[in-house]
Write a protein of this length. Structure first.
Length: 141
């Protein structure tokens, strides 16, 4: 996600998250395994647009390459403008990722490592930033 973000320069880029959804000692957790770039999503400065065509293309790719993984949500970048969900982001999440286990990951690829990633999830019908997060990342300076 970080390297996809840096390839975008100051433009927003994004994609989809796939993996597994599990329960351990009554606590649900997500195992994000694959980030699939959405190459046709349009990034214009501060907002990234996912439309029905982007979704159709993603579902076709997922069926072909990752039939056994669950769709866990989406990610996008906020180059240089930090980690939060805009109103537009919330709209996208409500429109396309409204299952209880769906998350939105926001990445600012230019922030120091520990401020770079935010994970937002559904809690009782509202989107809030997750707090139990374990990141396994490749070393990115
Ligand atoms: Zn955003």
């Amino acid at each position: 996600m970080v390297s996809h973000g840096r390839q975008g320069g100051s433009r927003e880029v994004g994609g989809f998250l796939l993996g597994g959804y599990h329960v351990h000692r009554n606590s649900p957790y997500l195992d994000l395994q694959v980030a699939v770039p959405a190459l046709k999503a349009r990034g214009e400065g501060i907002s990234l647009t996912f439309d029905n065509e982007v979704m159709r293309e993603f579902h076709a790719e997922k069926a072909e390459r990752y039939p056994n993984l669950l769709v866990l949500g989406w990610y996008h970048t906020h180059p240089h403008h930090s980690v939060f969900l805009s109103e537009h982001d919330v709209f996208i999440h409500q429109s396309f990722f409204n299952a209880p286990h769906h998350v939105a990951v926001v990445v600012d690829p230019y922030k120091p490592r520990y401020e770079r990633v935010g994970v937002f999830l559904w809690e009782e019908g509202h989107l809030s930033q997750g707090y139990h997060l374990i990141l396994y990342t490749e070393d990115q300076r």
